[in-house]
Design a protein around this ligand. Structure first.
Ligand SMILES: [Zn+2]
Ligand SMILES: [Zn+2]
Length: 1216
């Protein structure tokens, strides 16, 4: 408990004292009063701990214990004497288990008598001493000197190579001449507490020493040196040697800093961001109001100025620097806005600055000690010799890092701790970032020059306002920013081409707007955004996700070589990704009546989105490997014994001339790395059992009802989320005394695995439930994996857990694989792909190769000879469209149970994915996935390559082959869409024009004819129909009203539609082509304006159609007097219509009721001057996808090409 004691005070006096202390921070409570008497010895700790560790700290000691203490004023004679402390506060650490320290509020009263002080000491004053330092007389002769003077400057305690020391500067009483004194003996470090600026002191037993590199000369204390208060009566001046008398010296003066009396100077100066600024040196007195970051040495003074102590290395252990304490800063650097994002003015204390505690805090604010070792802030500050802007940026990065991830890695701070052998996660993260910005800051900081040079030099002098080069915000911020970007400037009209949209009815229009996506790349963030997160498997969706303290982000990981992601060791690891795609899936609820209202955002009823990220495994950097990586742990444990014992590096710093030393981490790490969650090494070392297997089938996640052995047949047993995989065991279980390197597969090297065991018994059905569900994203078909059972030596562990799938022994065992529930503690490790095995290894398992589950190709699946009903294949998504669900979709158990509140797509929807072998291939199969399954299927985007498994293959009424996603299906992302891919609904195959074909080469029975192109002649228009239909009910829409009367339709919006049947021939055959909407205009050769006018004129009529086809023979059904109909009829009969065109088409599956295929016949064709005679097969039914006019030049070229290439073909046909 924090408390304070004031022996002599009355209650009122105490209240007054406490009240004053609350001035700066009224919200904080004052220290509670206690009535305890503190009596003890004051010691510098030399007797208690080894001399090495004496760091200038003072302690109060009695026979029961020792506690650090902090004093504002200290007399040397108090040291090692018994004292009564009339006023003190006890300040506990924030960490309750550690002891705090005592702040001595009132000078202690000695219980025993003070020691005698010797009188009449010969002293040298700074003016003469300066001569000694500057003279060229060898300094060896000059020893045991005594120097007296006024303390002009007091340097901070420093620790270099395990030696603690400090500098002080004594000034002449009458002039500005000063001399530096190095205090370095352990017993003298307590002087740091005694010395008061402006007071005069005498120091005995000094010798002269110099720094090798810079030649700086100074006085150095010896073992017998004493610090005495200066008393003119007790000293006499020591005359200088005559040799020295003659030498003249220039008197150098301490740089006089401009004192800062009022704080008006701290006002923010106007911003000049990209220019180098010079920092002002000022003095300042202020009250600590907040500890910003004790490890980084950052404190807030007076709620407006940041004090940075980190350039002074030891941070004074931060004792006393509690909120409420008053500090005086002498000669500190004033830096305005060093970092754009840093809100405060910064006062930077360098090695020539002095920080004096003026008064203790009277508030009950706790003490946060800085880390005694491995302080990464200071390590990096000194290693890279950072200026203040970069240091503050580093601090912000590390603070963010710790805030987000320390909860994952225990409270022993391994993230920020870093040792020579074991680079911590935070260091792995920030060092490359620092190296990128400070490539030329290699030169070490010269601390002696910084302290001793006449002209001040230090890293704080010059600075430039820094714009942070990158950021790593929390995942929730990342999501938020991505969402914002995706809706920024969003217009529903962007999602549709206006050509298509103007012909859509309300339902289709709004459905097409329902689902879209937006990609955010790292480049769209300013500054660059680095993604950090711990890889986990979501317990809800069993998909991968990145996680930080407050948030999660689903992720899709693919590998650049196209193989599925299987790296189980990454689970629980902290990852850094700089190259990624953030995908925002947008879900809109809209009620646009028609396309003309698309700009009116009032019709957007609801906007929702979900964000996920996708990236390549190769772009991942592991900052902190999880404990699951058993092998690496063991290896690094072995190697750690090889480490160099760096105690040899502890070079002595008897005098600073010994070496130019770099400032190092204050207290090097004494308790070395317990690498990876130590303490389990003994058990881990015992043994583990492993077994290799090949995945031959994997099923999707669903709720299943398993009857595990040992479980009672209960009625209320719930369905369990689970998945199962059929595997082949390869070889027998192996006992490992320690995990081996991956890569070699001893099971496959053994020749005898085909022994007595029957092949069928080698197959097993693995059941993954509960915790083992986490392996779902990692387990893939055709992969060789290994189960590792830790701390186990029972080779039968797998067999013992197996049970037959059917409880009653109705089935013979040999026909059915045994079930094996995968235990939570088992570890899964991917070893290889079957495609990567050597011949010999394949031979070893060839007996067992009998898998029926294979991966097919898309053409195989489309072929009418394909027999399977469950199919697996891979392909690239060409297009993703939302459809109304097929009506006969029966809601399965799974679906209804999975129905969760988070569903963003209405359950009536399903998505159609057009999947092709490759982006330039026109062979496409459609995959339908119901909305309920889509919830956790990330990464189904155009351009992505996907492995679909266990889809149901179906054939439509019109003999189209398509696939549907069922409960046991699963998908895995093989490769991500290229980042440059444009956004939504790009029509398939737009990139490359489809291949030019001949009608005769098309076979009507061919399933799923790919999109193709012909050069053909438009023979005639058989039917043509232009109409306005109601956007709601599709009835004819006439004169602004829907014509439906029973029941009346409220719609006020009509949509124009057009369709036509035309006949084309290309010399090898004839085809019926159905055209819709804008293709009709193209077919008729109408310009956009003409087409607009035509459609508008239909508005008052509702519908105009002509039909002069050969087949119906019924003649005209339209009213003969109608102008538009007459115009259209004459247009259709015009010879201008009959012209060569380039037609992109696909096979029309929906049979025409207009025309039945004509029987094969011989027909004559004209092509230019050439007449062909050709046998014409049954007419094909084609769907027009695009019409292009053919230029005359192009036509003659294409024609001649065609004639050349096909003359033989035609003749063969003709004579057949
Ligand atoms: Zn400085
Ligand atoms: Zn209607």
């Amino acid at each position: 408990m924090p408390c304070c004691s004031h022996l002599t005070w009355s209650t009122n006096e105490f209240k007054e004292w406490a009240h004053q202390g609350q001035g700066a921070l009224p919200m904080q409570s004052a220290l509670p009063r206690t009535y305890l008497i503190l009596v003890g010895y004051l010691t510098d700790g030399r007797q208690e701990v080894k001399e090495k560790l004496v760091d200038g700290c003072l302690y109060v000691k009695d026979n029961t214990g020792i506690i650090p203490c902090e004093l504002l004023y200290f007399q040397l004679e108090w040291l090692d004497s018994l004292l009564l402390f009339p006023g003190w506060s006890y300040i506990p650490q924030t960490d309750q288990s550690a002891t705090g320290y005592v702040e001595i509020l009132v000078d202690p009263v000695p219980v025993n008598l003070p020691k005698e002080v010797p009188d009449s000491i010969p002293v040298t004053y700074p003016v003469s001493a300066k001569l000694l330092l500057t003279s060229r007389i060898p300094c060896k002769k000059r020893s045991n000197l005594t120097v007296a003077g006024e303390l002009a400057r007091l340097g901070p305690l420093l620790c270099v190579h395990h030696k603690t020391f400090f500098f002080l500067f004594l000034k002449c009483f009458t002039s500005a001449v000063w001399v530096p004194v190095l205090v370095q003996k352990p017993n003298q470090l307590a002087w740091h507490h005694i010395l008061q600026l402006g007071c005069s002191y005498t120091i005995t037993g000094l010798s002269i020493s110099s720094l090798k590199k810079s030649g700086h000369r100074m006085f150095v204390t010896g073992v017998s040196s004493c610090l005495l208060p200066y008393c003119a009566e007790q000293v006499r001046e020591q005359p200088l040697d005559s040799a020295l008398q003659g030498e003249s010296t220039e008197s150098s003066s301490l740089e006089t800093a401009e004192p800062l009396s009022d704080s008006s100077e701290l006002g923010v100066e106007e911003e000049r961001p990209r220019s180098t600024k010079e920092s002002k040196i000022i003095s300042y007195v202020g009250t600590v109001t907040k500890i910003l970051n004790v490890q980084a040495g950052l404190f807030l003074l007076d709620n407006k100025v940041c004090l940075c102590l980190s350039y002074q290395q030891l941070l004074n252990s931060a004792r006393g620097l509690r909120p409420g304490a008053c500090v005086e800063l002498i000669d500190v650097h004033l830096l305005q806005k060093p970092l754009v994002s840093f809100p405060f003015i910064v006062l930077g204390a360098c090695l020539s600055s002095t920080v004096v505690l003026k008064s203790f805090s009277r508030l009950s604010t706790p003490y946060q000690p800085p880390a005694s070792s491995g302080n990464l802030y200071l390590q990096l500050l000194f290693r890279y010799n950072l200026g203040m802007p970069l240091y503050l940026w580093l601090v912000s990065l590390l603070e963010m890092f710790e805030e987000r991830f320390s909860c994952f890695f225990g409270r022993h701070r391994p993230l920020l701790r870093s040792t020579h052998q074991n680079t911590g996660a935070a260091e792995k993260f920030v060092v490359p970032l620092l190296q990128a910005v400070v490539p030329d800051r290699e030169e070490a900081r010269d601390i002696y020059n910084e302290i001793l040079a006449k002209v001040h030099q230090c890293p704080l002098q010059k600075y430039m306002t820094l714009n942070p080069p990158c950021q790593a915000p929390s995942l929730s911020t990342v999501c938020h920013v991505a969402e914002q970007k995706s809706w920024e400037g969003f217009r529903p009209s962007q999602l549709l081409s206006s050509l298509e949209a103007q012909h859509m009815g309300t339902q289709e229009l709004n459905r097409r707007l329902t689902w879209s996506y937006y990609t955010v790349s790292p480049g769209s963030f300013q500054p660059r955004l680095i993604l950090l997160g711990v890889l986990r498997v979501s317990s809800r969706s069993n998909s991968l996700q990145l996680q930080d303290k407050n948030s999660t982000l689903p992720c899709v990981i693919a590998r650049k070589d196209g193989s599925p992601f299987t790296h189980t060791a990454l689970l629980g690891s902290l990852l850094q990704v700089e190259n990624y795609q953030l995908i925002v899936e947008r879900f809109l609820q809209t009620d646009f009546p028609s396309w003309e209202h698309l700009e009116n955002l009032e019709h957007v009823r609801e906007k929702k989105n979900s964000v996920y990220v996708q990236f390549y495994f190769e772009d991942v950097q592991v900052l902190h490997a999880a404990g699951g990586q058993i092998q690496k742990c063991l290896r690094s444990q072995n190697s750690s014994s090889l480490r160099k014992d760096d105690s040899s590096l502890t070079s002595e710093l008897e005098a600073p001339e010994a070496k130019m030393l770099k400032l190092e981490d204050p207290k090097p790490d004494t308790h070395r790395d317990e690498n990876c969650q130590g303490g389990q090494s003994s058990t881990r070392r015992t043994s583990c059992v492993s077994r290799l297997f090949l995945v031959t089938q994997k099923e999707g996640l669903m709720l299943r009802n398993y009857q595990l052995p040992g479980e009672k047949v209960g009625e209320g047993r719930e369905l369990q989320r689970s998945f199962q995989a059929t595997v082949l065991w390869l070889g027998r279980p192996q006992l490992w005394s320690h995990p081996r390197e991956t890569g070699n597969l001893p099971e496959l090297e053994e020749s005898g695995c085909n022994g007595e065991e029957s092949v069928t018994r080698q197959e097993a059905l693995l059941l993954f439930m509960r915790k083992s569900l986490r392996w779902f994203p990692f387990l893939h078909l055709d992969g060789l994996y290994r189960f590792i059972v830790p701390c186990c030596s029972d080779l039968d562990v797998f067999d013992k857990l197996c049970f037959p799938p059917v409880p009653a022994k109705l089935l013979s065992r040999s026909s059915c694989p045994l079930c094996l529930p995968v235990q939570d503690t088992w570890h899964l490790q991917h070893e290889a792909w079957i495609s990567c095995l050597t011949e010999r290894q394949l031979a070893a398992m060839s007996v067992q190769r009998g898998m029926d589950q294979r991966i097919s190709t898309i053409p195989e699946i489309l072929s009418s000879s394909f027999t399977g009903s469950l199919v697996s294949f891979s392909g690239e998504i060409m297009e993703r469209t939302l459809c109304a669900s097929t009506k006969n979709e029966k809601p399965s158990v799974t679906v209804s149970l999975q129905k969760q509140k988070g569903s963003l797509l209405a359950s009536g929807h399903s998505v159609k994915l057009s999947v092709s072998v490759a982006s330039d291939s026109p062979v496409v199969v459609d995959v339908y996935i119901a909305a309920t399954y889509l919830q956790h299927l990330w990464g189904l985007l155009p351009g992505a390559k996907i492995l679909f498994q266990n889809l149901e293959r179906k054939i439509s009424r019109f003999h189209n082959v398509y696939c549907t996603y069922i409960a046991s299906s699963c998908v895995s992302i093989i490769s991500l869409p290229a980042s440059h891919l444009p956004f939504p609904s790009r029509p398939a195959g737009e990139a490359s024009s489809p291949p030019l074909v001949f009608l005769s080469s098309l076979q009507p029975h061919l399933q799923n004819l790919p999109q193709s192109r012909i050069l053909c002649h438009l023979s005639c228009v058989l039917t043509l129909s232009l109409q306005w239909v109601c956007s709601l009910c599709s009835s004819i829409f006439k004169e602004g009203r829907c014509t439906r009367h029973n029941p009346p339709c409220p719609s006020h919006t009509g949509v124009r539609q057009a369709s036509a049947w035309v006949l084309v021939e290309d010399g090898t055959g004839e085809a019926l082509v159905v055209c819709r909407n804008q293709h009709v205009a193209a077919m008729l050769g109408l310009s956009l304006l003409e087409w607009e006018a035509l459609q508008n004129s239909v508005q008052s009529r509702g519908r105009v159609s002509i039909d002069h086809g050969e087949a119906t023979g019924t003649g005209c059904v339209e009213e003969p007097e109608d102008l538009i109909a007459c115009y259209l009829r004459s247009l259709c009969r015009s010879p201008l219509i009959c012209r060569p065109i380039l037609l992109d088409f696909s096979l029309n599956r929906k049979p025409s009721k207009i025309l039945q295929p004509a029987p094969p016949q011989l027909r004559n064709f004209w092509c230019g001057e050439v007449e062909f005679v050709s046998q014409v097969g049954p007419r094909l039914n084609l769907l027009c996808l695009n019409v292009e006019e053919v230029e005359q030049d192009a036509l003659s070229y294409l024609n001649s090409e065609r004639i050349r290439r096909t003359s033989s073909h035609c003749q063969v046909e003709a004579t057949a």
